[in-house]
Design a protein around this ligand. Structure first.
Ligand code: HEM
Length: 313
């Protein structure tokens, strides 16, 4: 991160916020992943790609995170896999760090490291299988499930960037989805949307397969702090109530209603969206430039990154 001139309490507040963001999301500055052979653009298209622009904005990733996860879990097979095999209840931050790490590494990592990350996650997924509460068998490497989880992430992130950073043209959105589709296919998906039209048609096709069940309600209760896993106070519960609804406001109304997170449009416009706009601005103030993007830029353009720049990042 580039040091900024703030001093006193403002500087301390910024440092505390950076520490809190890093605790939740990790640092993502490993030289062996983001450095590497000069001229290597990585998997997602390199410095001129939409993926680099959009994923370089940590604020959009933060704001979109909850919506992406909830959309993934509306598929009961994904929900069953996570409910049964994931450590989210005992170590929720690890899951957030790993997912953010996956997006950043596949975008900014050198080609070999990004490919290794995808293969490593596939190996984890190869052990995840079972039977849903309604008796339907599932396995995480089912291309349909991988396709759905893959799609939920760029869909939510793109919508957040478009709303809170700058409006994207149709062509830019198509380009972003096309770049991301490559990562989805490498992760084991077969058909993933490569344009806004395809995304809309795909989501409509998936809709009948999505639902809320006891496991999803239990996950949502956990997220909202309504379980005994990590007891929190009324203020924190209220903040989470707002954060979940604000993030889900990125998604279509049917998804908000299905998850019980829908709020009237006045509440969305006057409260939820401004709350996420403010959150996005604060994250951007704390992290104007992601260290991994700076390192990747130096690698891809063949510019040597000075040790002081790495230390500052
Ligand atoms: C492209 C789609 C997917 C991506 C990008 C993704 C991403 C990830 C990542 C980064 C990890 C962490 C691996 C590690 O611990 O190092 C992980 C673990 C896991 N994934 Fe996925 N995943 C996808 C699809 C799925 C699907 C379809 C299911 C369920 C059916 C699933 C269930 C799990 C579970 C249960 C874990 C175990 C670790 C934990 O959450 O504690 N994932 N996934």
């Amino acid at each position: 991160m580039t040091p900024s001139p703030e001093t006193g309490w403002l500087a301390r507040w910024k440092r505390d916020l950076a520490a809190a963001i890093e605790e939740g999301g990790g640092r993502h500055d490993e030289v062996e992943i983001y450095g590497g052979e000069l001229g290597d653009p990585g998997l997602a298209g390199g410095p001129d790609s939409m993926s680099w622009e959009i994923h370089g904005d940590l604020a959009s990733l933060v704001v979109a995170g909850t919506a992406a996860i909830l959309m993934e879990l509306l598929h009961p097979s994904v929900m069953a896999g996570v409910f049964t095999h994931s450590a989210y209840r005992t170590d929720p931050l690890r899951r957030a760090r790993n997912t953010l790490g996956y997006v950043l590494r596949t975008t900014f990592g050198n080609t070999a490291a990004a490919t290794r990350v995808i293969e490593g996650v596939k190996k984890v997924h190869s052990r995840i299988e079972g039977t849903r509460p309604d008796g339907v068998p599932y396995r995480a490497l089912d291309p349909e499930l991988i396709g759905w989880v893959h799609t939920a992430i760029p869909w939510a992130v793109m919508t957040a960037y478009d709303r809170y950073r700058r409006p994207l043209s149709r062509e830019e959105k198509d380009r972003y989805l096309r770049e991301q589709a490559l990562i989805g296919r490498m992760g084991g998906a077969e058909r993933v949307p490569e344009s806004v039209d395809e995304l809309e048609a795909y989501v409509e096709r998936m809709r009948p397969l999505l639902s809320m069940n006891e496991q999803t309600h239990s996950f949502l209760d956990f997220l909202a702090g309504r379980t005994d896993d990590f007891p929190i106070g009324a203020r924190e519960r209220f903040d989470r109530w707002v954060a979940i609804r604000a993030s889900m406001s990125l998604m279509p109304e049917w998804a908000q209603r299905l998850t019980g997170t829908w709020q009237p449009s006045l509440v969305q416009r006057l409260w939820l969206r401004p709350a996420d706009q403010l959150k996005a601005r604060i994250v951007r103030w704390v992290y104007p430039e992601l260290p991994c993007k700076q390192m990747a830029l130096a690698r891809a353009t063949g510019r040597r990154l000075e040790t002081t720049e790495i230390a500052a990042a």
